[in-house]
Design a protein around this ligand. Structure first.
Ligand code: NAD
Length: 357
């Protein structure tokens, strides 16, 4: 077996947390014989310095050639204009590589003070259109100002993208607790949310064993706090999924713990759910759990695509080692009351991975 993994460190805490993911993969490779070929390329400010742009078509080609990609967070808010080379890597990757599904699980953290226990849900978020100005038009941005005192934005919803993401939600539900909840605001956004909901209901008929219900997005914000344990797969358009996945992550233990996988038909791209945290960059205190959980998700996705048991084992090993470390305050980073630095966390994780059955 040979598996090409492309690593893109990113900005801020990106290089620090990505180093732990790379180290974990190397240990798993040596232990399980995964045949990994790991390559690293710069994106973000390092790439801007080197080649004049934070993201490029060369990086996109490298992603297409890889089996799996691990992308660190990027400090997009601090980028110069696109004309000066400031291109948002997340948006470019999701749109140009057609990574149409963003999978964001939230499970009550073991042994930690989660606001809610007994939660095990996954948010399936459409990733290529919706209320995102950088994604909603073929050319130009979806936000514009006809006058200095009037700003407008366009939301794009298509039947094909809505049906495609609905299939992913129902397929995931079939392997879980067999329930899909569609989030929308079709009482107000009758055409756009209406189309998203109708597409989900239409696709749902192909999965008669899966229960389907729907909730308005504002009601969902309270339901995720009040009764998050009642949800299994939560199907959302782009911005609703972005916002609600942060909420679900906090309810179950915190954003620093949440994994996130971007999937297309052939590419699997792991990303942390959080940003580049410029306020703590370089201090060695970032929690790498989110990118490590995402790396485990990528390994599991590659395992499913290839029906490869050693990759399933690698993903399970990584998740189990993280569960054990997070249960004990002594093996946590400072944000969770521990005292391990990011690199110390990586070292302890490597030892666990190397020695656990
Ligand atoms: P952020 O997620 O970077 O930080 C929010 C807070 O959480 C900060 O206090 C930070 O220190 C803390 N934090 C985040 N990750 C942490 C970790 N792993 N360990 C410990 N603490 C952590 O959000 P922000 O400050 O709104 O954004 C900073 C930059 O990141 C912006 O440029 C934004 O555009 C970008 N961003 C990038 C992505 C991405 O690349 N996918 C996602 C969100 C935000």
């Amino acid at each position: 077996m040979s598996l090409k993994i492309l690593v893109l460190p990113g900005d801020g805490i990106g290089p620090e947390i990505i180093a732990t993911a790379k180290q974990a993969l190397e240990v798993l490779d040596a232990k399980l014989g995964l045949g990994l070929e790991i390559n690293t390329k710069p994106i973000g400010f390092d790439a801007l310095k080197e080649s004049g742009a934070t993201w490029s078509s060369d990086i996109e080609d490298a992603c297409r050639k890889a089996d799996g990609v691990i992308m660190g967070p990027t400090d997009t808010a601090a980028y110069p204009s696109p004309e000066e080379g400031g291109i948002g890597p997340s948006a470019a990757a999701r749109k140009n590589l057609d990574l149409f599904a963003n999978i964001r699980p939230s499970r009550s953290a073991i042994g930690m003070p989660a606001l809610k226990t007994g939660v095990d849900l996954v948010i399936v978020r459409e990733n290529t259109e919706g209320f995102y100005a950088d994604r909603s038009l073929f050319f130009g941005g979806g936000e514009f100002m006809p006058t200095s005192e009037l700003a407008m934005s366009v939301r794009k919803i298509t039947k094909s993208a809505s049906e495609r993401i609905a299939h992913i939600a129902f397929q995931m539900a079939a392997l879980r607790r067999k329930k899909v909840t569609v989030v929308h605001k079709a009482n107000v956004l009758k055409m756009t949310c209406g189309m998203f909901l109708e597409a989900a209901e239409h696709i749902g008929k192909q999965y008669p064993d899966i229960e389907i219900d729907d909730v308005h997005v504002d009601a969902m914000a309270s339901d995720l706090v009040r009764k998050p344990e009642s949800f299994d797969v939560v199907l959302c358009s782009n911005m609703y999924g972005d916002i609600l996945s942060n909420l679900a992550a906090e309810v179950t233990g915190g954003l620093g713990l949440a994994g996130s996988l971007n999937r297309g038909d052939s590419i699997s791209l792991a990303q942390a759910a959080h940003g580049s945290a410029p306020d703590i960059a370089g201090q060695g205190i970032a929690n790498p759990t989110s990118i490590l959980r995402s790396t485990a998700m990528m390994l599991r996705d590659l395992a499913e695509r290839r029906s490869e048991n050693t990759l399933f084992a690698a993903a399970a090993n990584l998740d189990e080692a993280l569960d054990v470390m997070l249960t004990d305050e002594k093996t946590r980073t400072p944000d969770l009351g521990g005292s391990l630095s990011t690199s110390e966390f990586g070292k302890v994780l490597s030892i666990r991975l190397d020695t656990q059955q």
